[in-house]
Design a protein around this ligand. Structure first.
Ligand SMILES: Nc1ncnc2c1ncn2[C@@H]1O[C@H](COP(=O)(O)OP(=O)(O)OP(=O)(O)O)[C@@H](O)[C@H]1O
Length: 292
């Protein structure tokens, strides 16, 4: 009886309408799944891969729908190959996705991406360290996350994990030439030094100055990823530079560096204090469409 009552609304619909409803539900579910996956994947290059995969998937389905069987066959096999490659590359993200599914936290897939922040306190500590390094002409490369997490795949080599509390003494110590960790960059998230000895992707640009590899590494990572800034101290001259979105500001005094970094903190706070709903839709469209 209950089953009959439950089926009543469906019985009232014609089979044609039912087919249309089913198609709409099907499309909505696929879009929701795509949205969920894109929400979990915060990192830009990973997002490119996932987006490429989704395009391939749609292309394969579309070519079959319009009966281009040979193209459909090739695309279908490409999808399978890419799925295997993605499963290997995106182990971490897939694990998070499956964990959330397993815990029944479907709604959390729609939540904003977890954000980590560069704080004014962290800026003060970094500026103190940079001031000392600059005076001693100790070369340094400090990568700072701003409002979205970086991941080891962003780097050419992810270095050595530290997960240590940020302090001027720690930074100074790491960059001493005698330290086994001094070569490469350090990665700072909030008030933590996540890792040292990172190798960053190099930029092809040399700019008006004949830039060495330390500065080109700062440009390289900030060209590729917009949610980070990179502080460079030149070993040769002690000059301080700041890279953001592939642009280098130099030479800076330590107080100017502090001022610029606090501005980033301020911008980040403004960005994350937008009404949640608007932020969701903006982030979604930013993810689906505009990546440089
Ligand atoms: N891809 C990279 N990622 C991270 N660090 C790097 C990278 N390439 C070079 N470095 C760091 O830069 C150092 C070499 O700096 P180099 O003299 O070539 O650059 P620079 O920009 O002229 O810097 P400086 O003015 O300090 O000499 C290396 O010892 C290493 O610590």
């Amino acid at each position: 009886m209950m089953a009959l009552l439950g089926n009543l609304p469906w019985l009232l619909l014609s089979s044609e309408t039912l087919a249309k409803v089913r198609t709409v539900v099907d499309v909505v579910l696929v879009l929701a799944l795509t949205y969920g996956i894109l929400r979990v994947v915060a990192e830009r290059r990973t997002l490119w891969m996932v987006r490429g995969f989704i395009v391939l998937l749609f292309a394969a389905s579309f070519s079959r729908a319009i009966e281009l069987y040979f193209l459909g066959f090739v695309l279908h096999n490409l999808v399978i190959g890419s799925a295997v490659a993605l499963a290997v590359i995106l182990q971490g993200e897939i694990r998070i996705f499956l964990e959330q599914l397993g815990r029944g936290q479907l709604l959390s897939l729609m939540q904003p991406v977890v954000e980590s922040s560069l704080t004014n306190d962290a800026v003060d500590l970094i500026v103190t360290a940079v001031k000392g390094l600059s005076q001693d002409r100790t070369g340094a490369l400090i990568l700072l996350e701003t409002h979205t997490k970086l991941s080891p795949q962003d780097f050419t080599h992810a270095g050595i994990a530290l997960n240590a509390r940020l302090s001027p003494e720690l930074i100074t110590c790491i960059f001493q030439v005698s330290s086994p960790l001094h070569d490469g960059a350090i990665w700072v998230r909030g008030s933590e030094v996540v890792a040292a000895k990172l190798i960053l992707p190099l930029s092809d640009r040399t700019g008006p100055w004949q830039l060495g590899t330390r500065h080109r590494a700062a440009l390289g990572i900030t060209e590729r990823i917009s949610h980070c800034v990179c502080v460079v101290v030149s070993e040769e001259t002690g000059s301080i530079s700041l890279a953001f979105k592939g642009e280098l500001q130099r030479p800076l005094t330590s107080s100017k560096l502090g001022e610029l970094l606090r501005q980033y903190v301020q911008n980040q706070a403004t960005e994350t204090s937008q009404p949640t709903q608007r932020r969701h839709s903006l982030k979604f469209w930013k993810m689906v469409w505009p990546l440089r």
